[in-house]
Structure formats: C-alpha cells, structure tokens
Ligand binder design. Structure first.
Ligand code: PEP
Ligand code: MG
Length: 552
C-alpha cells in the first residue's frame, strides 16, 4: 500500500481503479514561413473554431454544472476575442515571419506569466485559463481533438493538473474522483469538482507513472488521504466509511426539504458546524437550516500569520452570502489549549486547557480581537451573521467585550465603513457560565452550549487525554442537569438556547433535548438528517417526562 496526502477540495470517499490522465503533448516548433498573412488567416480560422467549441461546451455544462460554473466557457470565448491576445499573436507571426502555432504558444507563455506575477489571487488563477484557451487553438491547428477519458468503468482520475475545460468534458458518470499533483483551491477545476460533489484532492505528491494506471485506489476527501493498492484492513475501513456515506445519502433523499418538527408540533433548528468555507457544500447537501458554529480559529490555524481583516471579511461574507439569509453563527477565535498557532507566541503552560485560550486571548490582546470583530461586523452587512464568544466565565468579560465592540463600531462609523447589526451570543461551556446563566441571559441574544468543554470542566477530565476516555462521560447527570438549567435560564429571559458540542449529534439524547426545550442543535453536516429523522418521530408531550426521568 502506498499512502499520499493531498489537500482536499471536496469530501467523501471514492474507491476504484486509477486512470492517469495525460494531456496530449503538443510539441510546438518554431518554423519560418514565407506567407505570414496565410498564417494569420490559419490562426483566425482556428480561433473561430475554438470559440465555436467553447460555445458548445458552455451549453453542455449549463445542464451538467449550472450557469455559474458554465460561465468559465463564456469567459474563455471572450479571452479568445481579446484584442491584446489577437494582436500579440498576429504581431509575432508578421514581425518574426513564423508559424501560427509558435505565435500562439509564445503569446500564451507571455500572458500566462504576466497573470501569474500579479498579486491578486483571482488574476493569478487566470494564467491557467490563458494556457487552456491557447492549447485549444493549438490542438485545432495541429488537427487533433481534445483528449477525453474513455473507460468502461468509473475511475479515479490522477493528473498533474486539470484545466476547467478538461474537467467538464469528462463524462461525469465515469469519474469517481480527481487527484492532482498541482492546482489551486481558487481554480475553476476545484470549483467544478465541488459542484459535481465528488471527492477531490489537489497538491498530492503522487508520481505520475503510467504503471499506476488500472491499480486499485481509495481517495478519502475528508482527510486528504490517497491510498494506492490499499491493504485489506484499510480497504475494509474505507468501504465501511463509503457505505455509511451512501446510507446517509439515501436518507438525504427522503428528508431533504422536510421540516425539523416533532409529531406534536415542536420545532427545533438543526444547524451545521463548520471549520472552513469548503465545508459549505456539505452544509447545503445535508439541508442544514443554518450554521450553528463556524470555528473561526481554523482560519488562524491554516495561516502562518494573523489573517487580515480583508482576508477574514472575504470568507465570512462568502459564507453569509452562500447561506442566503439563513443564520450563520461565527465564533470568535478559540485558539489555545489543543489549538496552537506558533505565531501567537503563547507562553508554555502547565495546564493549557485551563490557560490562555479563546476569549482570554482576545481580551488581553484586543488588537487581534478588534481585527476579527471589524471583519465580522462588516460581513454582517451581507447576510444573517451572528457572533458568538467562547469560554465565557463572568459578567465582567461580557462588559469588556461590549466595550471593545462599541469601540470597533465607532471606528467603522468614523471611517464610513458600512456594517450590520449581528446578534451576539455566548458559548456556555464552563460550569461558571452555567451557574450564572440567569444573569448572563440578560446580557446576550442567545446561548450555545459547548458540551465538549462543559464535560471537561465539569468532570475535571482533560478531553485530550485518551487514557481517560472511560471517565469522560458527557452523559453524566451533572452535565445534563447543567444543560437543563441553562435552557431554563435562557427561556426566562426570552432568548434561545442551542447545543453545538458533540452531544448535539448524539442521537441517544435528541429526545431528552427536545423535552428540555432546547431550541437549536448544531452538528457536523453529515449527522443532520439522522437527527431530523428522530425529531420527526418524537412526540414530546407523550415521551418527554419519561425520557427526563431516565436521564436526570
Ligand atoms: C465545545 O466545547 O463543546 C465546543 C463546541 O467547542 P470546541 O469543541 O471547539 O472547544
Ligand atoms: Mg469549546
């Protein structure tokens, strides 16, 4: 078995044979020509044919991947009609008295290098598009057709890189997954893979050896792992993961679009937990009614330095816009404990879980906090964003947060920067917060219970210590009673209360949470439809008291 690690652009499991995709290698020779005008005419004819092909591709992809993704082929048509591109090619043919192929290849290199040197990530990505359109013209000039994957059974495509046109031209029913050695997450190929909903990895250092062709492999789009000729145990594990995925998909068909409401009419909001923009496809696929926890610290962990206000704004805005009016709860950074980023230069601690983490960092280093708050307030002008503060233990912390928020709002107002009015809530994940939840409820818009940390701090058991797994009991009566108390105190002040820790997806407790009156459950997207099923099969009036007596 060989194991490679890539960067995932879409999750899921694919098991199948490999197909090494290699682009037709166009050897472009520089040849002197007598009749430059004839070459210019050849170039124009090839360009026109390429535009026709792109128009056909556009139509084909409209149904396959939707208008937004098909748009790239319109852009490609426009790029081929671009005056600069055409003039540069004509100019090379005329001044150097060379063949059209050479002029197109030279123009392609010049333009691609120019785009690649730009600062803007989007413009950088256009380098691949210039090469893509030029290659199409070159194929036509050489009398060849674009390479397509022709196989009987569906395969895992392995390639150095894939151009958007290559990706979309592949017969979707024959492609299980894409694995590429190069490529960027901004590329249209990555966007197309996400839209097609198939596991895809980029930046996977796999040797593009023809001997790989036809070998059995597994792509785990969730972890970024790529197994070639997996051993029996790995294959069995991956097959099980795949089967679970299929079961969930079947459920999805029946429960998608249905309300999360009990038999006796109690509604509950079923939201998704995410750590990244890339998780959004799963959120939509699993019909989440909102995002209950966006762990924003992952943006910090993926970066080698503090993400800027603009970088954060771009992501928060994109999430809010994609969720199209549904609530998106973004938690301010919860760095510290097990989530360490070197550039924060946090001092080494004896008990990191009880140390400088989350809101404690934000309140002691307000410049970091303010950057994030500015991005969040600005993004909230583009959708229904709510801000959530982690690891709260006191009213004094809330007062300091409010003061900093007021400073941020004043700064934005003074600078004339628009911002929205997000709801602001807190995580209830320390016993202290539970015990003063009656008072905290008067100060915030909502509560979300973090049962992972609440269990850790209530039972005094390090959640990271696997030696103590048997003692880490999140069903402990103390934890469940704290949840009940928090919900009751929230409701007394007419605010809503959810659960975003792992218990939110614990099917054995769903009926209890309904009986307690929990308003929202937030979980990894893949669990949502199972929980919706339980909700729809529950009668709180009939079952509530018995289930409470069982657990509390
Ligand atoms: C929790 O503690 O339950 C929670 C949701 O936060 P995290 O797991 O990120 O600490
Ligand atoms: Mg927590």
């Amino acid at each position: 078995m060989e194991l490679y690690r890539g960067k995932s652009v879409f999750g899921g499991i694919a098991i199948g044979r490999l197909h090494i995709y290699s682009r037709k290698n166009l050897q472009v020779k520089r040849e002197r020509v007598e009749d430059a005008e004839a070459e210019v005419a050849r170039f124009h004819a090839a360009k026109e044919k390429a535009i026709e092909q792109l128009a056909e591709l556009y139509e084909k992809s409209l149904t396959a991947v939707g208008e937004a993704n098909a748009a790239i082929f319109e852009i490609h048509q426009m790029m081929l009609q671009d005056d600069d591109y055409i003039e540069s090619t004509e100019n090379i043919i005329r001044t150097q008295q060379v063949n059209a192929e050479y002029a197109v290849a030279a123009t392609s290199d010049n333009f691609a290098n120019m785009f690649a040197a730009m600062d803007d990530d989007y413009m950088k990505g256009r380098a691949a598009d210039v090469r893509d359109i030029s290659e199409r013209v070159l194929l036509i000039l050489s009398g060849q057709e674009a390479d397509c994957v022709v196989t009987d059974e569906p395969v895992i495509i392995v390639a150095d890189d894939l151009a958007p046109s290559e990706t979309v031209q592949m017969d979707k029913s024959k492609v299980l997954s894409f694995v590429t050695v190069h490529g960027s997450t901004n590329s249209h190929t990555a966007i197309l893979a996400r839209t097609m909903g198939i596991p895809a990895l980029i930046g996977t250092p796999v040797p593009l050896d023809a001997s790989l062709d036809g070998r059995l492999a597994v792509v785990d789009g969730d972890t970024g792992q790529f197994y070639v000729e997996p051993d029996e145990q790995t294959l069995a594990k991956m097959q099980q993961k795949y089967d679970e995925m299929q079961t969930k998909k079947e459920l999805l068909q029946t429960l998608k679009g249905k309300e999360s409401v009990t038999l006796d009419g109690r509604k509950i909001m079923l939201y998704a937990n995410i750590g990244n923009y890339k998780d959004l496809s799963l959120v939509l696929e699993n019909d989440a009614e909102g995002i209950g926890l966006f762990r924003s610290e992952f943006l910090y962990l993926e970066s080698s330095t503090y993400p800027t206000e603009e970088e954060q704004l771009k992501i928060y805005r994109a999430v809010a816009e994609t969720m199209a009016g549904k609530r998106v709860i973004i938690r301010t950074l919860d760095i510290g404990a097990d989530k360490q980023a070197d550039y924060f230069e946090l001092p080494k601690e004896e008990n990191p879980a009880m140390g400088c983490r989350a809101i404690r960092i934000c309140l002691t280093r307000p410049e970091i906090f303010k950057t994030q708050l500015r991005a969040l307030f600005r993004a909230s002008a583009f959708g229904k964003i709510a801000i959530m503060y982690p690891m709260i233990t006191s009213l004094a912390e809330i007062a300091r947060i409010k003061q900093i928020v007021e400073e941020v709002k004043a700064e934005l107002t003074e600078a004339g920067v628009p911002f929205g009015t997000p709801e602001q809530g807190i995580m209830i994940e320390t016993p202290a917060a539970v015990m003063i939840s009656d008072k905290l409820a008067k100060e915030v818009d909502f509560f979300s219970i973090g049962t992972n940390d609440l269990t850790q701090y209530t039972l005094a058991i390090d959640r990271q210590n696997d030696q103590l797994d048997e003692f880490y009991d999140s069903h402990h009566q103390a934890v469940l009673r704290m949840i009940e108390m928090t919900v009751q105190n929230a409701h007394k002040e007419n605010i809503w209360c959810g659960i975003c820790g792992e218990l939110g997806a614990d099917a054995s407790l769903s009926k209890l949470f309904l009986a307690m009156g929990v308003d929202e459950l937030s979980m990894s997207p893949g669990s949502l439809l199972f929980i919706r099923k339980i909700v729809r099969e529950t009668n709180v009036g009939e079952e509530g008291e018995a289930v409470k007596a069982q657990f509390l």
